[in-house]
Design a protein around this ligand. Structure first.
Ligand SMILES: [Fe+2]
Length: 149
């Protein structure tokens, strides 16, 4: 993978991560204490994801750029209206988005791993930690869906 292409891919991921952060930032709107607490931690995790990807881009000598104009990143990328009416609809949408995020990372990591460039193996390791956390969040959301009344 050429550096320019790698930086472009990383900026796409960075854009999605900003979208994820936006999902959990409205945590105070939730009546359910369990959701509020969990989304607060998820928000911190998304900030960590943003920081990690930003670090990689800068270390590659690239520039970070958010590729979607305006605030509604998730809406524009996934065609989802996130101001869903019920907790159930919202959590279903978020679960789908985290599943997509995990799949996106898995594809990216596989591409990096098949690249002969040693440096890219290291970037794969950084990306895989975000990948695992996307899956953990997806699984928590799926579990929460089962227990919502
Ligand atoms: Fe994330």
């Amino acid at each position: 993978m050429k550096d320019q292409e790698l930086i472009r891919e990383l900026n796409k991921i960075l854009t999605l991560e900003h979208g994820h952060l936006g999902m959990y930032e409205n945590l105070l709107n939730h009546r359910d204490k369990d959701i509020r607490r969990t989304f607060r931690r998820f928000m911190e995790i998304e900030k960590e994801h943003i920081n990690k990807i930003t670090g990689v881009i800068l270390n590659l000598g690239g520039k970070t750029s958010i590729l979607v104009e305006g605030g509604d990143i998730i809406g524009q990328i996934f065609g989802i209206t996130v101001n869903a009416t019920s907790d159930r609809d919202l959590i279903k949408a978020y679960s789908f988005i985290e599943k997509k995020s995990h799949q996106g990372y898995a594809d990216f990591v596989a591409r990096l791993e098949s690249d002969p460039e040693i440096r890219n193996q290291f970037i794969a390791e950084i990306a895989s930690s975000n990948m695992i956390e996307a899956q953990l969040m997806h699984l928590w959301l799926e579990d929460k869906l089962k227990n919502l009344n």
